[in-house]
Design a binder for this molecule. Structure first.
Ligand SMILES: NC(=O)c1ccc[n+]([C@@H]2O[C@H](COP(=O)([O-])OP(=O)(O)OC[C@H]3O[C@@H](n4cnc5c(N)ncnc54)[C@H](O)[C@@H]3O)[C@@H](O)[C@H]2O)c1
Length: 348
């Protein structure tokens, strides 16, 4: 017998197809701007969130992570992987999905794809950090690592921070070609470069977003002049970094959640008590961001659960009254809540 699920059984689900339609419906640059505001709003209320370093399961080829948080009313988590070798056999380095639930009754209220959403929330978080840390009037960005995240990172810096030029570099010229082609027509001057040194020439913002399973040195100390803002995205696992340690020693370092970043970020190369500034305190005005034009600011980004929570919160809001989700029969809902067995029997 086929039983029609009740309304309590149904959870709104945003598939990849619906996410793409939603983004086109709103407009990608508007989504990036909106997500920046949503992430910033949640950073302003940072103290009320449950916070824990993400739960990571490492293997020889990658990592699978769970990223939970709650603001007391809504609970959220993301499942995400990181497997740098994946692109060799047609899979992505990073894929993700996530969920929001009502804290009062524990029932999920949203299930969503988060591969696209992660790229957009990471770009929005970078732009939010740069808005507080990059030199005022920054016009040029170097984008080192031209993979899946790179176009999103660039467009968020254009929309939110106002850059007009991007200088691209990747060890794989095909990735740079793809990125340049994708960014064409978005109102940016696009410069393809043959080395990281060339890419950072004249850039006030340097974003590194490379994928590797080990510590790499994408930027050496002598490459980085005073006054720049570095947005280091790719070093986000134990034993996986992108910057030479001496750059860190010359920088003011801004982080998301120190207990997680000390394990995963660029600062795993430093003493465990090295001074870092929590980004949320800059956003609430408790700590200074950029203080002068000579300072090197470094956002040691690893990605934190609150950013995913903000992104899911945004999607939940935006799908209302649209066709860009479907209801999934996800929760068993017997007529008598204690008669789960009877419900199974009757469905024969
Ligand atoms: N901080 C965060 O919140 C966050 C979020 C998402 C992804 N990430 C990380 O960002 C990194 C990139 O993710 P992606 O999805 O774009 O991966 P991707 O595999 O699609 O792209 C990575 C690119 O880096 C290039 N690359 C590797 N080594 C390089 C080097 N030495 N110099 C220049 N380019 C190099 C590769 O050729 C590739 O094009 C990953 O390590 C991922 O874990 C971080």
């Amino acid at each position: 017998m086929k039983i029609k699920p009740s309304s309590l059984a149904l959870v709104p689900f945003v598939s990849v197809e619906h996410m793409m339609k939603l983004v086109h419906h709103i407009g990608l640059e508007t989504v990036l701007q909106d997500l920046t505001e949503y992430v910033e709003a949640d950073f302003k209320r940072w103290e009320i969130f449950d916070k824990t370093p993400r739960v990571a399961s490492h293997s020889a080829e990658g990592v699978i992570e769970l990223m939970p948080t709650s603001d007391g009313e809504v609970y959220g988590f993301k499942y995400v992987n990181g497997h740098p070798k994946n692109t060799r056999d047609g899979r992505q380095t990073v894929t993700a999905f996530g969920l929001l639930a009502d804290v009062d009754n524990g029932y999920p209220v949203l299930l969503s794809e988060m591969t696209l959403l992660t790229a957009m929330r990471t770009a929005a978080t970078s732009a939010m950090a740069a808005r507080h840390l990059a030199p005022k009037g920054a016009t040029t960005m170097a984008m080192i690592g031209n993979g899946a995240q790179s176009e999103f990172q660039t467009l968020a810096m254009k929309t939110v921070v106002g850059i007009d030029t991007v200088r691209l570099y990747d060890i794989d010229a095909a990735a740079t070609q793809k990125c340049a082609t994708n960014l064409a027509g978005h109102g940016l001057n696009i410069v393809r470069c043959n080395s990281p040194e060339e890419a950072i020439e004249g850039a006030q913002i340097i974003t590194t977003c490379t994928a590797d399973k080990q510590c790499a040195t994408i930027l050496t100390d002598n490459m980085v002049g005073s006054g720049v803002h570095i947005n280091a995205i790719g070093g986000d696992c134990p034993g996986k970094t992108e910057l030479h340690r001496n750059i860190l020693l010359r920088s003011d370092i801004f982080v998301e959640y120190p207990p997680q970043t000390r394990i995963e970020g660029e600062i795993q190369q430093l003493d465990p008590d090295h001074d870092v500034i929590e980004l949320w305190q800059v956003i609430t005005g408790q700590k200074s961001g950029r203080r002068n034009s000579n300072q090197i600011t470094l956002f040691d980004s690893v990605g934190f659960a609150i950013e995913d929570f903000s992104a899911l919160r945004y999607v939940r809001e935006k799908i209302k009254d649209t066709p860009y989700y479907q209801n999934l029969d996800m929760l068993a809902d017997p007529d008598d809540p204690r008669d789960l067995f009877g419900m199974l029997q009757r469905s024969k």
